[in-house]
Design a protein around this ligand. Structure first.
Ligand SMILES: [Zn+2]
Length: 201
């Protein structure tokens, strides 16, 4: 009777969600006034600018089989931003960052999440490392349990699988080179990861 043709309706099925009409929220970390960490050359920009471009590219690559919305945290608290996101009822959400440390030798990829999003985080963590071609520097999934931990209020704010990604260290020159050199493959693998996650039961 035409059921399932309604635009915007996610039809659950055994083994996970259908890719059709899956709603993905991409959240750009930080704000234009407080743009986060600086990435050294060859990236040469703050998190906010880098991840605005990354979100736009990922949105294009997710394509028409997904409904993708890019959210910003400007002029509001993280809680307020996630309140707006929750009203949209996404099926999955990723907040985009990169890491930084005072030690310029620190490097690697990590994904932050609440315990209930560990499966999604694990898939995306491996997808990012594959995309970047990392032979080392897979720092794994960090499951947050204490409210004072960095990223806590983001990853606990939605009911859907909800993660915060940090693909590289902006404070590390080689990590910045790795990110730029493999940017296209990184995006392909990340999108593949999202699609793969949907097939999991
Ligand atoms: Zn950040």
């Amino acid at each position: 009777m035409g059921a399932g043709k309604d635009a915007g309706v996610v039809t659950p099925r055994e083994g996970g969600l259908m890719a059709q009409n899956v709603k993905v929220s991409l959240v750009v970390g930080h704000t234009s006034l407080s743009p986060g960490a600086w990435a050294v050359e060859p990236v040469g920009m703050y998190e906010y600018k880098f991840n605005t471009a990354l979100a736009e590219h990922l949105s294009t690559m997710l394509g028409p089989e997904f409904e993708t919305t890019i959210y910003f945290r400007d002029n509001m608290t993280i809680r307020e931003a996630y309140h707006y996101i929750s009203l949209w009822k996404p099926d999955m959400s990723m907040e985009l960052h990169f890491n930084a440390a005072t030690d310029p030798n620190a490097y690697g990829t990590e994904t932050l999440c609440a315990p209930r999003s560990a499966a999604f985080a694990g898939v995306i963590q491996e997808a990012m490392c594959k995309g970047l071609g990392r032979d080392k520097g897979n720092r794994g999934v960090k499951t947050l349990i204490a409210p004072e931990e960095r990223g806590f209020s983001s990853v606990y704010s939605l009911k859907c699988p909800n993660i915060l990604i940090e693909p590289f260290f902006g404070s590390n020159t080689r990590d910045c080179e790795l990110m730029l050199k493999n940017l296209e493959r990184f995006c392909v693998c990340l999108v593949d990861g999202v699609k793969y996650y949907l097939t999991l039961s």
